[in-house]
Design a protein around this ligand. Structure first.
Ligand SMILES: [Zn+2]
Length: 130
């Protein structure tokens, strides 16, 4: 008896986890590049390194969405934040400060490992009487 397999309904590629080398079959809609297939495999893998990677990627994605909303239309500022998120999550540096007008935004990982943006606005008040 021949089973009616659905193998040919969707194009499939094999992706390789970039950390442990485990391969998996990726079902795709349309053709994808090997790089994309490997990225998907890495995102689905359960190995320790892949988990860390997925966690970092998830933080960066959420932080980017925040920056996109917070600084809508200010592409220079948003791209600086994107860079800062990558650097901080990769532990290249501990903290990055971005000054934008009266605001200072500090980007860092808090003690729980959350990617954190702490924003403060310079508030000066001066009253003079002669
Ligand atoms: Zn893996």
């Amino acid at each position: 008896m021949s089973k009616n397999e659905d193998n040919n309904e969707l194009p499939r590629s094999t992706g390789t986890c970039r950390f442990c080398g485990q391969q998996r079959i990726i079902k795709t809609v349309g053709e994808i590049t090997q790089e994309k297939a490997d990225e998907i495999a890495t995102n689905e893998c359960d190995c320790q390194e892949a988990k860390v990677y997925q966690n970092r990627a998830s933080k960066i994605k959420k932080a980017r969405e925040w920056a996109d909303n917070r600084f809508m239309g200010h592409e220079t500022v948003t791209s600086l934040f994107y860079e800062a998120f990558d650097r901080i999550v990769n532990h290249d540096v501990d903290k990055i400060s971005i000054k934008d007008g009266d605001w200072t935004h500090n980007v860092f990982l808090d003690s729980d490992g959350y990617l954190t943006i702490k924003s403060g606005k310079k508030v000066d008040e001066e009253v003079n009487f002669s």
